[in-house]
Design a protein around this ligand. Sequence first.
Ligand code: AMP
Ligand code: GLY
Length: 434
Amino acid sequence: MKVLVVGGGGREHALAWKIGQSNRVERVFVAPGNAGTATDEDAPLENVEIADSDIPAQIEFAKQNNIDLAVIGPEVPLAAGVVDALTEAGVRAFGPAQQAAELEASKVFCKNLLRHADVAQAEFRTFADAESALSHLNAREDAPAVVKADGLAAGKGVIVCDNRAEAIDAVKRIAGDGAGGQEGEFGAAGRQLIIEERLVGQEASVLAITDGQTILTMPAAQDHKPAHDGDRGPNTGGMGAYSPTPLVTDELMSHVEEKILVPTVHQMKRSRRPFRGVLYAGLMITKHGIKVLEYNVRFGDPECQPLMMRLQSDLVDVLGATVDGRLDEVKPMQWDPRLSVCVVMASEGYPAAYEKGHPIRGLDAAAQLPDVKVFHAGTKLSDGQTVTSGGRVLGVTALGDTVSQAKLQAYTAVKCIRWDGAWCRKDISDKALG
Ligand code: AMP
Ligand code: GLY
């Protein structure tokens, strides 16, 4: 089989690496990939110079190279309809159709769908302009709130506010000041907005693969979104993750399946938007039960990295059966019983502006450690040398019998690696220790 993975981050390196280990797979092309997918010696990977947003070029490549399966990593091409376009061109493609990707691409759509499905979530109201949102805030008691842009905003369209004044400011940032029809920081993504109740609790990510009928749940993971230790600083795409997390007990997982995932998949079907792909529930475990913060329609990044590190089943079988609508024929996925911790190493300045092009040293030493895999995210090859090219640069991932052992091994590998301005959080997985 020949597989095309679309995307160039840590998630796509982890997916391509796992897919390439299937004995049915002869080659995995990654569009555009990174230095890690260009040089990985564990699997037959090869980069192709096609942007993750260039759908016509992906179709052309898939047809010319007889691609048997395309796997789409990021949300932007999914929301733009890449799966519909590939399918129409006769290419089997893993991921939701454009209409189903609305679950992530429109937070208003998601909130309304969850309401119809009777799935627990934060109380909310939606607004089509800044004026109505501002008058709602002025009429409401002065309390913590979360203001969200409706559309895709690379994880930045959610502003958690302590009080009314901050919420007013957030509305103006997202939707403009309500005067002169000017758009906010997130452009069209902020044309509708949500103001919702601020929930308090621990967060966890539960990812499941579904063909719209059968649901295969993966072990729960926990992301670390804030930039600095102790969950301080600005939000990022995710500074590290580990799996499984003891926060989600077996009992809680059954509850998530029965009361959250199953009703969501049913409601999507009833809305004539059958969901096929990865359903990623961002959850908050509150005093009043577990609630959905958001859905993503793809593997999480970095969560995908510790998950792929533990997956023992053939991923291609699962992805192919999903596309073909016969996930009921696939055995439950098998997981390494050990824990996995992934520490993201980032460029100085991230999530704000950062420099690129710094040579990375010590990758070979890190790779020689047992039970370690360094997935690449923002890297590229320059004259044969691996250099930084993004904010999140590497996902240093390790297995261990206990969370402390996995953490120690991941940070031992981190210590081997250096470039000018490299940094990481030092506390990834500490929440598992209570
Ligand atoms: P989202 O993209 O909706 O997952 O939001 C990004 C982050 O914002 C989440 O991981 C939470 O940390 C936070 N967040 C979102 N919604 C809420 C809420 N209703 N209450 C508290 N925090 C929230
Ligand atoms: N780790 C969060 C995300 O992938 O959206």
